[in-house]
Ligand binder design. Structure first.
Ligand code: ADP
Ligand code: MG
Length: 382
């Protein structure tokens, strides 16, 4: 176990690809840390530098204050699990798991005890004498994780370890991995492109884009206070709606144009109107309500935008309604019993406590406009 510190890490490939750009962060001892971002954002490169498989072009990596840049993965005592496991197919689970212990020369008694313990934790005790080639993908991945953990690494590196498994199995392994990491307390880093995986499993998450660190925080912090529109749209089960209102006027009421339609704005937005009379707003689908035309609530604490239903998708316990206002597309999560037809004219409303305001053309700041009302009050009013 170790506390990991990265400072000013850059990685250039062949002098042309700046894959990782001046990244600094600390992973606490025992922490489960997520590296999240779309494909190509530099996550694997960061992990490989942590593991010692890749050398940073500049910057420092320390484990418990000890510089690691020149040390091999063995010297760092790293364990890695990749998306495609590298088990020996002809070996049994027991042989695969015990392999790192056998090459270290541990006694058979010690090996049996350790293998038994980790196999029980990963629910693979019943498979222990089966060949890897005769196991399902999920079982193989459990064995690969067991093999990684059996030698008490300083750092467990997981690169999309469950990304290729089917949905149900992935959901189950998420929970199992989280429990296991808690039980063992091994400092762990998981690379994933799936925000849900990062949110459900880890203590803190670093969101990356094109080699640049966007935000580091707990799932709750990043979800509720994303630092920019990219994070707001990337993070969470459903993307945040980010849209622009132009030609904002303050008389007779605060209003502007969204996708060519007249949009009413809540008073809290007033302070964020730019010189150009524009404002960039955001709202998660769960904060957007859909109403029959003309039936949206009005008031100085709500945004109302006329639109048209593009499609309604039933999700069982809710319906995801996609609406269009000119060239602006927005999504709303509605109660399942409300039915909207394709092309039906509707009004959408967003209460100020569900509204985000992005300042400036580069969308670098998000503000959460607090509501004076009690949370949840009037949520489903129509
Ligand atoms: P991620 O894991 O987030 O998908 P990677 O770290 O694999 O991203 O890659 C980040 C960037 O670096 C990408 O643009 C990728 O094409 C590039 N890259 C990765 N490995 C190499 C390499 N060995 N040589 C050249 N470019 C690379
Ligand atoms: Mg990768």
């Amino acid at each position: 176990m170790a506390k990991i510190t990265l400072s000013g890490i850059n990685k250039w490939y062949a002098g042309v690809v700046h894959a990782v750009q001046d990244i600094s962060f600390t992973i606490e001892d025992g922490e489960f840390f997520g590296l999240l971002g779309p494909s190509g954002s530099g996550k694997t490169t960061v992990l490989r530098m942590l593991a010692g498989l890749e050398k940073p072009s500049s910057g420092t990596i320390a484990f418990d204050g000890v510089a690691m840049e020149t040390r091999s993965p063995q010297e760092r005592n790293i364990a890695m699990v990749f998306e495609q496991n590298a088990l020996y197919p002809h070996m049994t689970a027991r042989q695969n798991i015990s392999y790192p212990l056998r090459i270290r020369g541990l006694s058979k008694t010690e090996i049996d005890a350790k293998v038994g313990e980790v196999a029980a934790m990963l629910n693979i005790a019943h498979l222990i004498d089966r060949r890897a080639s005769q196991m399902s993908g999920g079982q193989q991945q459990r064995v690969a994780i067991a093999r990684a953990l059996v030698r008490n690494p300083n750092l467990l590196c997981l690169d999309e370890p469950i990304a290729h498994l089917d949905t149900l199995l992935r959901a189950r392994l998420r929970g199992e991995l989280k429990r296991l990491q808690r039980a063992l307390g091994t400092t762990s880093v998981i690379v994933t492109h799936d925000p849900i995986e990062a949110m459900t499993m880890t203590d803190r998450i670093a969101v990356m884009r094109d080699g640049v660190m966007q935000q580091i925080g707990t799932a709750d912090e990043i979800y509720n206070r994303p630092v920019n529109a990219f994070v707001a749209q990337f993070f969470g089960l459903h993307s945040m709606n980010v849209f622009e209102v132009s030609e904002v006027t303050e008389t007779p009421v605060l209003s502007g144009r969204c996708g060519g339609q007249a949009a009413m704005l809540p008073d809290v937005v007033r302070a964020h109107i730019g010189q150009d009379r524009r404002v960039s707003l955001g709202a998660r689908p769960g904060g957007v309500s859909v109403h029959r035309q003309g039936q949206a609530p009005r008031g100085n604490d709500v945004a109302v935008i006329p639109s048209r239903v593009y499609v309604a998708e039933q999700l069982g316990d809710a319906t995801l309604v996609t609406v269009q206002t000119g060239d602006v597309t927005l999504q709303a999560m509605t109660p399942p019993m409300e039915v909207f037809a394709i092309d039906e004219p509707v009004d959408i409303s967003i209460r100020q406590d569900a509204l985000y305001v992005f300042d400036g053309p580069t969308l670098t700041t998000a503000h959460f406009a607090q509501s004076a009302r009690l949370p949840g009050a009037g949520r489903l009013a129509s």
